[in-house]
Design a binder for this molecule. Structure first.
Ligand code: FEO
Length: 183
């Protein structure tokens, strides 16, 4: 008896997204290495922790496809793009990657909707919320650097930014998480 509960189209699309998330992990790792090499150990640590988070996203896609009776395929990953020119470029690229990833998630949501595959549609809602968090996190990085003075930031303000990001939470603070005790 065929126990597969996902279409071949969605199986392939979710498998592709698993590889996209692995590439995101690759990208954050390369930025983390770049930042650490430049002496921004805190920022490097932050980006490397995020690389692990992206790998966890890939695992979520992998597990879901397996749970629905499908089999995801790990494809060859291309190398990460070249090093950022500076911190502004690095954080702008992080934001761009996240926006592009959000578009890919939305596309999957549309596919699930069109197939009336509500299990997959429901699974993807976690990623819809997660991408709000990811974009907010990237916007926060850009804002923090701007406040520190952007490309003209002093060594002292970059030192403080680096220290802050080394200790920063992995997730962004979102309005949806707010409550009376944590406004
Ligand atoms: Fe898995 Fe940053 O998106």
């Amino acid at each position: 008896m065929d126990t597969k509960r996902i279409s071949a189209t969605l199986e392939e699309a979710l498998s592709t997204q698993m590889n996209v998330e692995l590439f995101q992990s690759h990208t954050y790792l390369s930025y983390g290495i770049w930042a650490t090499d430049k002496g921004y150990d805190g920022i490097g640590n932050f980006l490397m922790r995020h690389s692990l988070e992206e790998r966890n996203h890939a695992i979520k896609f992998m597990q879901y496809v397996l749970n629905r009776g499908g089999k995801p395929t790990v494809s060859a990953l291309k190398g990460a793009e070249g090093d950022p020119q500076n911190l502004t470029d690095c954080f702008n690229r992080v934001f761009k990657h996240e926006v592009e990833n959000t578009e890919k998630i939305y596309n999957l949501v549309n596919m699930a909707f069109e197939e009336k595959d509500w299990a997959t549609w429901n699974f993807l809602q976690w990623f819809v919320k997660e991408q709000i968090e990811e974009e907010t996190l990237a916007m926060d990085l850009i804002d923090k650097l701007k406040i520190a003075g952007g490309d003209r930031a002093t060594d002292e303000s970059l030192f403080n930014l680096d220290k802050d990001l080394g200790k920063a939470e992995d997730d962004a603070e979102l309005a949806r998480n707010a409550n009376s005790e944590n406004p």
